[in-house]
Design a protein around this ligand. Structure first.
Ligand code: ADP
Ligand code: UDP
Length: 236
């Protein structure tokens, strides 16, 4: 499978068409951004790690019955995926209070939530991905009632699968972001990526941050943290 035209260049990945109209190739970059693109940098080797980690987790989820866009890993940084129309929502799943939720509700990071929290943000960089609810989603026509229910159902199931899996390698899944899309036949599938860029991973023993917060908060050691995740998940 080979790349044809570049369809899109995002902050972390490039997306290309292929000879198959149903299949795209995503190419993961080392570029890192935070605060809606305000902070820019590079995390050496990040693209390779995010590609491998995403594919590893997508395959695990597929085995557990979650439909995904994953088709085939083509190289260190490139993966063939099913072309989907992205539902314009960032679905955020939270087990422990951190990041923007800590600010929003004035509670300390690290506090366990009594119940898993699901949030939706409207995917629009110019607007800063504002938080929205089911009423907004239905009123704006971003998804139907059935689609929202399915997305929520998949998101909780993904949380259960990943939480249990990560626990085995001494990682606590604090929160993460998912994107879903619709294939040409209307099926909702998990798309985009699941990586240290899109999840908060804390070492279960020490609480050390093993994710993009090292970059966001200028903590240093981001390359080592991403490599540690690769090592714990894939043994490499
Ligand atoms: P951003 O657009 O936020 O800067 P990326 O750099 O990760 O993000 O770009 C990847 C883009 O590709 C995202 O907009 C994402 O929604 C989109 N995407 C992910 N998976 C698919 C897919 N299977 N089909 C079509 N688009 C996809
Ligand atoms: N997240 C993401 N992309 C975004 C916003 C958030 O992948 O555009 C992830 C982030 O890595 C974290 C979770 O979603 O795991 C919750 O992020 P939060 O709302 O706390 O925002 P942040 O503190 O990152 O601004």
């Amino acid at each position: 499978m080979t790349k044809k035209d570049q369809l899109y260049e995002g902050k972390a990945k490039k997306v290309f068409t292929t000879d198959n109209p149903e299949v795209l190739i995503v190419d993961y970059k080392d570029d890192a951004t935070a605060f809606n693109g305000e902070k820019k940098g590079t995390i050496l080797g990040k693209g390779v790690i995010n590609n491998r980690v995403t594919n590893h987790l997508m395959k695990l989820l597929a085995k557990e019955g979650i439909p995904t866009h994953y088709v085939e890993e083509l190289s260190e940084r490139e993966t063939a995926v099913k072309k989907v129309t992205i539902v314009p929502l960032e679905v955020i799943v939270r087990n422990i209070i951190a990041g923007s939720l800590a600010k929003r509700v004035g509670r300390p990071e690290g506090e366990k939530l009594a119940k898993t929290v699901l949030e939706y943000c409207y995917k629009d960089d110019a607007l800063g991905d504002p938080i929205v609810n089911d009423y907004h989603i239905l009123a704006m026509g971003w998804a139907t009632r059935e689609e929202i229910d399915l997305i929520a159902d998949y998101s909780f199931k993904i949380n259960d699968i990943l939480t249990a899996y990560l626990k085995e390698v001494n990682i606590e899944l604090i929160d993460f972001k998912l994107e879903f899309g619709k294939t040409s036949d209307g099926t909702i599938v998990l798309a985009d990526e699941i990586s240290p860029d899109t999840c908060r991973f804390w070492d279960s023993t020490t609480g050390e941050k093993l994710d993009k917060d090292r970059f966001r908060r200028s903590l240093g050691g981001e390359e080592e943290a991403y490599r540690e995740i690769l090592k714990r998940l894939l043994g490499e």
